[in-house]
Design a protein. Structure first.
Length: 194
């Protein structure tokens, strides 16, 4: 039985930012992966963008965030970047149209965070997504409480996110695939149709 009634592909998105405030902090990196409903990757896009916040604000960024992005190399890349957020988001919008993911639910982990930043800083791209979310963190929270054995064997259990957008979104897809296989909604062979 194919539970995926629509033929539309999914768009998975992750952002790296200078903080938690969508109106004050900047997006530094954006990544999307477009998949089939069975979670096979069709294409991806990743870009580091020039910070759009004033230099004085960058100096006031929380030390934990500064350390995280320094460790991953994102700070240095972002400060050298010339790509604007508008240009990067326009490229993402083109991918959505080209690969059948326009009006996809916004897919990822803790999707509300990314949606909040898109709504505040790039409403055109935000408007290209459906209002629904597919949030892997929901599956994780449910597994933790009702299926601890499945939770403890999840991919990446015990590891910390890399805090690089493309790596983190691919990890989210792998985690969603794991949960869908556990409930029998997709097979372990993701190259085969349901």
């Amino acid at each position: 039985m194919n539970i995926f009634r629509e033929n539309a592909n999914f768009c998975w998105l992750d952002l790296e930012t200078t903080g938690l405030d969508a109106t004050e902090d900047a997006i530094l990196e954006i990544a999307v992966v477009i998949t089939t409903p069975q979670l096979d990757e069709i294409t991806h896009y990743t870009a580091v963008v020039a910070p759009s916040v004033p230099t004085k604000r960058i100096g006031a960024i929380h030390p934990v965030v500064a350390e995280m992005h320094s460790k991953s190399g994102l700070w240095a890349e972002s400060l050298r970047a010339s790509l604007t957020l508008d240009k990067a988001c326009d490229e993402v919008r083109s991918l959505l149209q080209k690969h059948g993911a326009l009006h996809s639910p916004l897919c990822g982990s803790s999707v509300h965070f990314d949606r909040k930043f898109l709504a505040a800083q790039h409403p055109r791209l935000h408007g290209d997504f459906a209002y629904r979310n597919i949030d892997v963190s929901t599956w994780t929270e449910l597994a933790k409480r009702v299926a601890p054995a499945i939770y403890s064997r999840r991919p990446g259990a015990g590891s910390r996110p890399a805090h690089r957008a493309l790596n983190d979104i691919r990890n989210s897809i792998a985690l969603q695939r794991y949960y869908l296989q556990k409930v029998g909604w997709i097979s372990g062979d993701t190259k085969s149709p349901l």
